[in-house]
Design a protein around this ligand. Structure first.
Ligand code: DX5
Ligand code: ZN
Length: 223
């Protein structure tokens, strides 16, 4: 089993405390910064844009974990400041050419992740396993923070983990995004997830540095 890693959701960070929060993340050994990009088409919301990732790259060394909730991501990868060591996820539902898009991500030196919504079956990514660093299993329908877990996704994580391991892809990560509370994180970990997007259900429910650091510490207890 891969060691669990944390990817806090930057759309849930208090913008007035960005600098302080990044320092807290540094102290907490945070592995990635999750950047939710929504285009108002693929999901019913607008969030962080291309300049945001560029700005973060200037002020922190923590790699970015771009979550592109946009139509035709293959045409727009070049819009983003993607650096070697970043992770980039594209939705299987949003591109007609998933394999080619994953290859284009890998060509930038970033880690390719295929994302699937709660209603999308795992067979949608079955043919692209050789091109994946990770699979992002949405545990809520994407668009908004503060939603409730779609319970059926827990069994989906287990089945996906089983499929990956059975085919020799133990190293492919399973990232989970949506309502990752401490309780749900334990359940998702038991099901086989190993990369956790933490938002308002987790340590980003606060903007207080000490409280946040305690929350990060609690996540680290989940092995
Ligand atoms: C979904 C978003 C959210 C959010 C996570 O589109 O990615 O999942 O940032 O935070 P909470 O904990 O509010 O679900
Ligand atoms: Zn996300």
């Amino acid at each position: 089993m891969n060691t669990p890693i944390l990817s806090p959701s930057m759309m849930c960070v208090d913008p007035l405390k960005l600098g302080e929060t990044l320092r807290t993340f540094g102290s907490g050994g945070i592995e990635y910064l999750h950047i939710d990009v929504m285009d108002g088409h693929f999901v019913p919301n607008f969030t962080l844009g291309t300049d945001y990732g560029k700005a973060l790259h200037r002020i922190t060394d923590i790699p970015l974990d771009y979550h592109l909730m946009i139509e035709a991501p293959e045409d727009r990868l070049g819009w983003f400041d993607i650096r070697e060591g970043d992770a980039v996820s594209v939705h299987a539902e949003a591109t007609r050419h998933l394999q080619r898009t994953l290859e284009r991500i890998a060509a930038t030196g970033a880690k390719p992740i295929a994302a699937i919504n709660p209603a999308t079956p795992i067979c949608m990514i079955e043919e692209v396993l050789p091109y994946l660093w990770g699979v992002l299993v949405m545990t809520v329908n994407p668009g908004f923070a503060g939603q409730k877990l779609v319970e059926s996704t827990l069994d989906k994580i287990s089945r996906l983990r089983g499929m990956l391991d059975a085919r020799g892809y133990e190293s492919i990560r399973i990232e989970v995004d949506g309502n990752v509370s401490p309780t749900n994180m334990r359940r998702m970990r038991d099901a086989g997830a190993d990369m956790f997007v933490i938002g308002t259900s987790g340590f980003l429910k606060t903007s207080d540095a000490e409280e946040m650091l305690r929350g990060i510490g609690e996540c680290r207890q989940i092995r």
